[in-house]
Design a protein around this ligand. Structure first.
Ligand SMILES: [Cu+2]
Length: 471
């Protein structure tokens, strides 16, 4: 259950809201982030294991929701899907139980970890597998030792019923911890900011009975985060809205002044090339984006909260003393350049030559004129292992395009949320966009699809193949 709702209205509250709303407000409910899934010891072939269940929510008629293991079916949907936390170099076995009661046409399901870089085949992150209602399947997630640390999320991905299951509430946050060689490159202050859960705020945006909600709270009872003036927080945001093109998250003002210094530090689960980015007040996300923000708010003397409108999140100052210094030594400090994975899948390609050009054209039912047919799955193209791909993405304004396994390095000047040289797994860019990446996995498959999931369900999905090795 969510933490109990505590009606209250403090004189020192303001809010931070989605959907272009700038307004002061008072606070009502307690911070209720997703609860962490506790892994159990595994066997020889995997380090850890656990079981989760997707269920039908009888109370609302929506599918799919999460319920704790072997709980009373009537509890379906009363708890936010758990935070799943994994470490590079470890292997995890996740049992997915499908305890939905609906017909196969609406209740077949599976799970995809969106933004990861693990195999998309076999029983790894393979969205072509599924489980019938009343049965269970196992996933073996082997996290590479150099896997990027970041904010990822998971959701059902079974064509053609992804949209209703995700809109129903089948989604959760997944965090990959940074590998040790990345942690070792951090300063002490940055490490405190980046790795201490005491400085971490988790915000999962999602649909809840056709409203936008944050951590299970809709605008009628907004999620509230109590923060300490002057303390730096790492805010991990996952926006899991299957029907959104883009959404702005705006930090409000008091008397024309920004109370918070807010800087992006990671996009779609990948650290920026230099950390942090510039201070901003508005951050634009697609319906599948994640963003990690560095947030520090300073409480002004003697201001008071005012009315409220439709939004889904409040920030509220609480008493306390900041526990950390600036993660980068203040305005004149040193920016952090995170080391990239040793296997090279996030190597900087901005200056690469001899690229392989390709074009992705999005529509509501097709990609490059092809409609996904689960009875006849063919690779649209096979790309050479190690080649630098330069893809032109068109039609992504209304059709944010998501790439499995391989993040894309955007090479257009900054527009809205997309920044030159940074890595994304979901792109919506007006008017068009070039991205680069290298397939260096050896024989991997890559799904590419529209993340307006009703469009994916209609067929806007294709699959590519990487050749097995150097030619
Ligand atoms: Cu679309």
């Amino acid at each position: 259950m969510h933490s109990a709702t505590v009606p209250r209205c403090t004189p020192h509250a303001w809010c931070w809201c989605a959907n272009h709303v700038h307004i002061f407000c008072c606070s009502r409910s307690a911070y209720s982030p997703p609860q962490e899934l506790r892994w159990s010891a595994g066997s020889r072939s995997y380090n850890f294991q656990q079981t989760i269940q997707w269920c039908d929510d009888k109370a609302t008629g929506t599918i799919f929701r999460y319920q704790t293991n072997n709980a009373d079916p009537l509890t379906c949907g009363q708890q936010l899907s758990p935070l799943i936390r994994v470490k590079p170099g470890k292997a995890y076995r996740l049992i997915l139980k499908n305890v939905a009661f609906g017909p196969a046409s609406t209740a077949q399901t599976n799970i995809h970890i969106h933004g990861s870089h693990i195999s998309g085949d076999g029983n790894a992150d393979n969205p072509l597998r599924f489980v019938e209602p009343g049965f269970q399947i196992a996933y073996n997630w082997t996290i590479p030792e150099d896997h990027h640390g970041g904010t990822i999320w998971y959701h059902p991905h079974f064509h053609p019923i992804v949209d209703p299951q995700l809109a129903g509430g089948g989604l959760g946050m997944l965090i990959v911890d940074d590998p040790q060689y990345v942690v070792r490159s951090m300063s002490a202050d940055f490490k405190q900011f980046a790795t201490s859960t005491a400085n971490e705020i988790l915000l999962l945006f999602h649909q809840q009975i056709n409203q936008i909600a944050c951590n299970g709270h809709s605008s009628a009872d907004p999620e509230t985060v109590d923060i300490i003036s002057g303390q730096w927080y790492r805010v991990r945001i996952a926006n899991g809205d299957p029907e959104a093109t883009v959404r702005d998250i705006t930090f409000g003002q008091v008397a024309g002044n920004n109370l918070c210094e807010v800087r992006a530090v990671a996009f779609d689960g990948v650290w920026r090339s230099t950390v942090p980015g510039p201070a901003q007040t508005t951050f634009r996300l697609t319906g599948a984006s994640r963003i990690d923000l560095a947030l520090k708010c300073t409480k002004p003397n003697g201001y008071s909260g005012q009315g409220r409108s439709s939004y889904v999140l409040d920030l509220n100052f609480k008493d306390g003393t900041a526990n950390n210094a600036s993660p980068w030594g203040g305005d004149s400090g040193t920016r952090w350049t995170p080391p990239r994975p040793t296997s090279g899948y996030l190597d900087d390609l901005t200056a690469a030559t001899g690229v392989n050009p390709y074009t992705i054209s999005m529509s509501a039912v097709q990609i490059n004129g092809a409609t996904w047919d689960p009875a006849n799955i063919n690779f649209l193209e096979t790309f050479q292992y190690g080649d630098v791909q330069e893809w032109t993405l068109s039609g992504t304004t209304g059709h944010p395009v998501h790439t499995h396994i391989w993040h894309w390095q955007v090479r257009m000047l900054a527009v809205h949320h997309m920044h030159y040289g940074e890595w994304y797994d979901t792109v919506s860019y007006t008017p068009g966009c070039k991205v680069r990446f290298r397939m260096v996995g050896g024989g991997q498959t890559q799904l590419v699809h529209c993340h307006i999931l009703g469009h994916e369900d209609k067929g806007a999905m294709v699959i590519f193949k990487e050749s097995s090795g150097m030619s």
